[in-house]
Design a protein around this ligand. Structure first.
Ligand code: F6P
Length: 554
């Protein structure tokens, strides 16, 4: 395992021990006081790159914390790990594969040898194929079985074959090309298919069956149901090729489904599902926003890739965000991390980052199979502001858990209404400010007295009004959500996740835990439909099967 310094027990490294000591010294650290004492704190803990501005000054850190965290990154060999990942070494050790999403963003003419083959010509060949398809659909040259142009594209896919494309095509709605509407069909729940097809006409609809493995149950069931719907609407088997295309690395299975070979867009085993929006899995994005905007997205991500590889760790956004996550998760006991976009178009970023982070860092053994001795990935949750302020922010402010948060906010709205955007921005800032400042007992009491409340009442109510404060957050600001900046933002989080996996010595690119549920699902299904007579492995599952069988109609 030469590609980076794993296996390692990170807890035995000198930097980890120094951080353990430092954590004790930081027990009474007050952000309020730190800001009062150091007028340069904001400048000291902010940086810009790739069209993004990061303020991480509202964290439980000082310059020494940063230095110790950077030492940790150095001691685990992060620099070499980044190089290994970019160079195509098998950083996904349990599957013996590289993880080369960065190759998908590299410019034409670059060379990257993987197992003796330069993969870059293949990457750009597929981009050209996408360009061709997008052009034909946008120009009305790709026709359905009644010779009408395509008006609706349905992406059938789940997980990474859905969340990234959905996030980006919705976030960049302002860049949407006229004439083609994109839809997503992910869940096996028939209601989703029912509601969607009710809005569509088969003769003008193109389905993209988007599945790296072409073996995912939900996707294959939906693709089969969509084909049945298309035939029932008047389409024929002979014209199926006009309405069904695929993105997959499993050519044989896609052909067996009935998709013509020339309509299968390849992807490679060296791209993980949750890192795949930059590949042909991004086809619905390119159809939604046009090819030149899709290339801008790639180029924004490439800029962040360069920053991640070349900037010093002290000035490196993904590295700092990753290290801050380690600081809170491993040294302050934080178990979750909130992602709070203040932008309606970014409302799906939390869902995408949930898969990206939790499927990547939800691990408990190291690359060498030895159990980790630390906590690993946090629960990622959150949602759009201001809505969250009127729902779950209460727990952020006064709950017993420490939950670090990322606020993401653009300066310019695509849809200005009166002074709404100023209020949105102000709310975003006031939330991170309230988390940091809190409200002391003295302040709470003074407020109540100022309202003329009797002293007895002041003493009764004041404890409820105390807000601990000192709660950490990052704020990520950009001018507005353009393809380029969004590319940089998503790539930044991809790299952050990688940084953490390198610290913990885990593999960010496999997901074996997901497989068990899939395997057991087959057994449960056969007992539900009666094709398996033996009882389920446990009485609870069998009881619930019986409950279903006794009541299910239809
Ligand atoms: O079930 C989880 C998962 O394996 C994800 O990692 C992946 O993004 C998703 O399924 C979809 O996989 P596929 O593209 O092969 O259908």
């Amino acid at each position: 395992m030469a590609y980076y310094r794993t296996p390692h027990d990170v807890t035995t490294l000198p930097a980890w021990q120094a951080l353990t000591e430092h954590r004790k010294a930081m027990q009474d650290f007050s952000m309020r006081e730190a800001f009062n004492e150091d007028p340069q704190r904001f400048n000291e803990f902010t940086l810009s790159s790739s069209g993004l501005f990061l303020d991480y000054s509202k964290n439980l850190i000082n310059a020494e914390t940063r230095e110790l965290l950077v030492n940790l990154a150095n001691e685990v060999g992060l620099k070499e790990a980044i190089k290994a990942q970019y160079d195509g070494e098998p950083v996904n050790s349990s599957e013996n594969r590289p993880a080369l999403h960065t190759a998908l963003r590299r410019p034409v003419g670059d060379k990257l040898m993987v197992n003796g083959t330069n993969v870059m010509p293949e990457v750009h060949k597929v981009l050209n194929q996408i360009t061709d398809l997008v052009g034909r659909i946008h120009d009305g040259l790709w026709r359905g079985y009644t010779e009408k142009p395509i008006t609706d594209v349905v992406n059938i896919g789940i997980g990474g074959s859905f969340l990234g494309p959905e996030l980006v095509s919705e976030a960049l709605l302002s860049y949407a090309q006229k004439g083609v509407r994109c839809h997503y069909l992910a869940n096996i729940d028939g209601t989703e298919l029912h509601e969607l097809t009710a809005k569509l006409r088969a003769e003008t609809t193109l389905f993209i069956v988007s599945s790296k493995t072409f073996s995912t149950l939900e996707t294959l069931k939906n693709a089969t149901a969509a084909r049945a719907w298309y035939l029932a609407q008047g389409g024929s088997e002979a014209e199926l090729y006009r309405h069904f295309i695929a993105v997959s690395s499993n050519n044989a299975a896609a052909v067996a489904f009935g998709i013509r070979e020339e309509n299968i867009f390849p992807m490679w085993d060296w791209v993980g599902g949750r890192y795949s929006l930059w590949s042909a899995i991004g086809l619905p994005i390119a159809l939604a926003i046009g090819m030149s905007n899709f290339k801008e997205l790639l180029s924004g991500a490439y800029t962040m890739d360069q920053h991640f590889q070349n900037a010093s760790f002290e000035q490196n956004m993904p590295v700092l965000l990753g290290l801050l996550g380690v600081w809170y998760g491993n040294f302050w006991g934080a178990q979750s991390h909130a992602i709070l976009p203040y932008d309606h178009y970014l409302r799906n970023i939390t869902k995408h980052l949930q898969q990206l982070d939790m499927e990547s860092n939800g691990k408990s053994v190291r690359q060498d199979g030895v159990p980790v001795k630390t906590e690993t990935g946090p629960v990622i949750w959150g949602g759009v502001g201001c809505n969250g302020q009127h729902a779950y922010h209460q727990l952020l402010h006064q709950g017993t858990q420490l939950i670090p948060a990322d606020f993401i906010v653009p300066i310019v709205s695509f849809n200005p209404v009166s002074d709404h955007h100023q209020w949105l921005y102000a709310n975003c800032l006031s939330q991170s400010q309230a988390l940091m400042l809190g409200k002391t007992r003295e302040e709470a009491e003074a407020e109540l007295r100022a309202k003329g409340m009797p002293e007895e009442e002041v003493q009764r109510v004041a404890p409820h009004k105390v807000i601990p404060g000192n709660r950490p957050s990052n704020t990520i600001v950009c001018e507005r959500i353009s393809p380029r900046r969004l590319g940089a933002l998503v790539a930044m989080y991809e790299h952050k996740v990688f940084v953490q996996s390198v610290i913990w010595g885990t593999n960010a690119f496999d997901q074996w835990g997901v497989e068990l549920g899939k395997e057991l699902g087959k057994g449960v299904y056969s007992r539900l439909v009666g094709s398996e007579e033996t009882p389920a492995e446990d009485a609870s599952t069998q009881g619930l099967i019986n409950y279903f069988r006794g009541r299910h109609r239809g």
